[in-house]
Design a protein around this ligand. Structure first.
Ligand SMILES: *[C@@H]1O[C@H](CO)[C@@H](O)[C@H](O)[C@H]1NC(C)=O
Ligand SMILES: *[C@@H]1O[C@H](CO)[C@@H](O)[C@H](O)[C@H]1NC(C)=O
Ligand SMILES: *[C@@H]1O[C@H](CO)[C@@H](O)[C@H](O)[C@H]1NC(C)=O
Ligand SMILES: *[C@@H]1O[C@H](CO)[C@@H](O)[C@H](O)[C@H]1NC(C)=O
Length: 529
């Protein structure tokens, strides 16, 4: 198929092309670098060519191959083909764009739409054909019937002929007894005056770039404000940012300095804000926000006799008691649970020895509290909270899953899922089936240190980091009950992905061990007609 087969030039007319779906371009870049046409300006997010004398060389083939790309474009849900000079839409013009929801073909010179042009557009909800006039003869009969049965909202379709129906609506045509001599499609000159915008109905766009590396990002709310605590090992800093409601960005609020900080985790207890600062050297500490100093001040040291290489801090609550656990990744270290006793946190229970834990995840399984520990040396193990002894006891493991760096849990429609991050091989998504975790999906991982589930406005996503190539964002497909690739983003050595929502806006922090920390915004394109 070739919706936009044209090349050639229409001299001097305004030429505008915007590719707003960065993913398309980036994916193309993985294969071969896309050269920016001389007359255009290109960024990672778009190609804009205004006033070009003709269609830039690279573009038509890229676009037709993009449109022909089918399965590579599962998330494309918005295509705008405005003010062109298309005259025909051919069979299967949008084949493979299963999730295309909005199709604008306004202001073209389309007279004929081939019978199977819209085949495969299962999710189409809006079709705009304004500004085109159709030959309402037998060739349009299928469109007449399609308009009657489709569930999509379709603009009025006007007729240019036959004479009886000129300027009337196709819907009002009462008979189609004109002879159809040609069933074929006219060979049209394809859009020389091309204006094409592609965007996803949901998308992630860069909102802010923080010019420093980071390994973890944590978010907390205090008195209607949203904060973010970022661990910056190279700058010996745990930087606290605050959302600025006026400037609409995140700005520096306070710095907690330390030594080789590997994690900053906020804990809120009765309106008080604490930040656990895990360090590789000099022990780990807890800071508390001091109202009168309007900054964080040291509150207590953490007993770390058995902790030497903290790798993850996880907070949890059991029966209104507050805990956190530090996963220790050194050989002789012990992952340790700490408990709040109204004065401070004290070491409460040491978990298993010699296992070099990389991550601890608190999970409520069927109303019972569990910890899942991942480690370099064995499959993830599950500990269960014993209500009478008030201690965690070994309860099981996730079999056949070596080399899991981290386990994260999330819920969708009351079902519990976990993700297992693996550096090489396949990371996994598993589901709790009331007896055990069963695999539902394997995601190929290339140097993944993090696989993070998150949700924005009923959209469920997974962000899979990669140290070697693009990181990938997957979106839950509720029909197929699987995650499908949604977008690729480039982050150098990603170490964590954190969702942060404020002022009804949704952000997504991508920490990078080697480059800038990036803040993406999750946007929903509002295309109400
Ligand atoms: C080309 O597009 C521009 C902007 O949409 C429009 O003003 C112009 O009339 C179009 N030209 C042709 C020949 O279709
Ligand atoms: C329109 O929606 C109804 C109800 O959801 C569905 O049964 C029907 O198959 C849909 N029609 C088409 C053409 O998709
Ligand atoms: C925190 O540190 C950063 C970088 O060192 C600096 O730019 C920023 O101004 C500091 N913020 C505060 C509130 O001191
Ligand atoms: C909790 O521990 C007690 C004492 O060791 C034991 O008797 C009991 O069976 C345990 N409960 C569960 C649910 O494992």
């Amino acid at each position: 198929m070739a919706l936009l087969r044209g090349s050639g030039c229409s001299g001097g007319s305004l030429w505008l092309l915007v590719l707003a779906a960065a993913c398309l371009l980036q994916r193309a870049q993985v294969k071969k670098p896309v050269r920016c046409p001389g007359t255009c300006s290109c960024t990672k997010e778009s190609i804009i060519c205004v006033g070009s004398p003709g269609v830039p060389r690279i573009v038509p083939s890229d676009i037709s191959s993009l449109l022909a790309g089918g399965p590579h474009l599962p998330s494309l849900c918005f295509v705008l083909l405005n003010s062109n000079s298309f005259t025909v839409i051919r069979d299967d013009a949008f084949a493979g764009l299963f999730h295309l929801e909005y199709l604008f073909i306004e202001g073209n010179k389309i007279e004929t739409i081939s019978r199977n042009a819209f085949r495969g557009l299962r999710d189409l909800t809006h079709l705009d054909l304004r500004g085109n006039k159709f030959e309402c003869d037998c060739k349009a009969k299928w469109l007449f019937l399609w308009l009657k049965m489709t569930n999509s909202t379709v603009s009025d379709v006007l007729c240019i002929g036959p004479a009886d129906y000129q300027d009337k609506k196709l819907n009002d045509v009462t008979s189609f007894d004109y002879e159809c001599t040609t069933t074929g499609i006219q060979n049209a000159g394809w859009g020389l005056n091309l204006s094409l915008i592609r965007a996803s109905c949901q998308d992630f766009v860069v909102h802010q770039i923080l010019p420093y590396q980071s390994v973890s990002v944590d978010t907390f709310n205090s008195k209607n404000d949203v904060y973010v605590a970022i661990a910056q090992p190279n700058m010996e800093n745990c930087m606290v940012l605050e959302w600025d409601h006026i400037e609409m960005n995140f700005r520096s609020y306070d710095n907690i300095t330390g030594q080789s900080i590997v994690g900053c985790k906020a804990i809120l207890i009765d309106d008080q804000v604490f930040v656990v600062v895990a360090q590789l050297f000099g022990g780990s500490h807890i800071y508390k926000y001091d109202e009168s100093w309007t900054k964080f001040v040291k509150f207590q040291d953490i007993e770390v006799s058995r902790i030497s290489k903290p790798n993850d801090i996880e907070l949890f609550q059991i029966d209104s008691e507050r805990f956190f656990v530090i996963a220790d990744s050194s050989k002789a270290g012990l992952s340790t649970v700490y408990k709040w006793n109204n004065k401070g946190f004290y070491s409460y229970q040491s978990l298993h020895e010699w296992f070099r834990d990389t991550d601890a995840e608190f999970v409520d399984i069927d109303g019972k509290s569990h910890l899942i520990l991942s480690s370099r040396s064995q499959v993830p193990i599950i500990l269960q909270w014993n209500k009478s002894t008030k201690k965690f006891v070994p309860h099981g493991e996730i079999p056949n899953m070596e080399d899991v760096l981290a386990v994260k849990s999330f819920k969708m429609e009351n079902t519990l899922y976990i993700t297992l991050t693996r550096f090489i091989g396949d990371s996994r998504v598993m589901k709790w089936n009331s007896k055990q975790f069963v695999e539902i999906q394997a995601l190929p991982s290339r140097g993944a240190m993090t696989l993070q589930p998150f949700s924005f406005k009923n959209n469920h996503y997974l962000a899979l980091g990669s140290d070697y190539t693009f990181s990938q964002i997957y979106q839950w497909d509720n029909e197929k009950k699987l995650f499908r690739l949604f977008k690729e983003i480039y982050v150098q050595a990603p170490r964590s992905f954190t969702a942060v929502s404020t002022d009804r806006r949704d952000f997504f922090f991508a920490s990078s061990f080697k480059g800038n920390t990036q803040i993406f915004e999750h946007i929903i394109v509002d295309l109400s007609l």
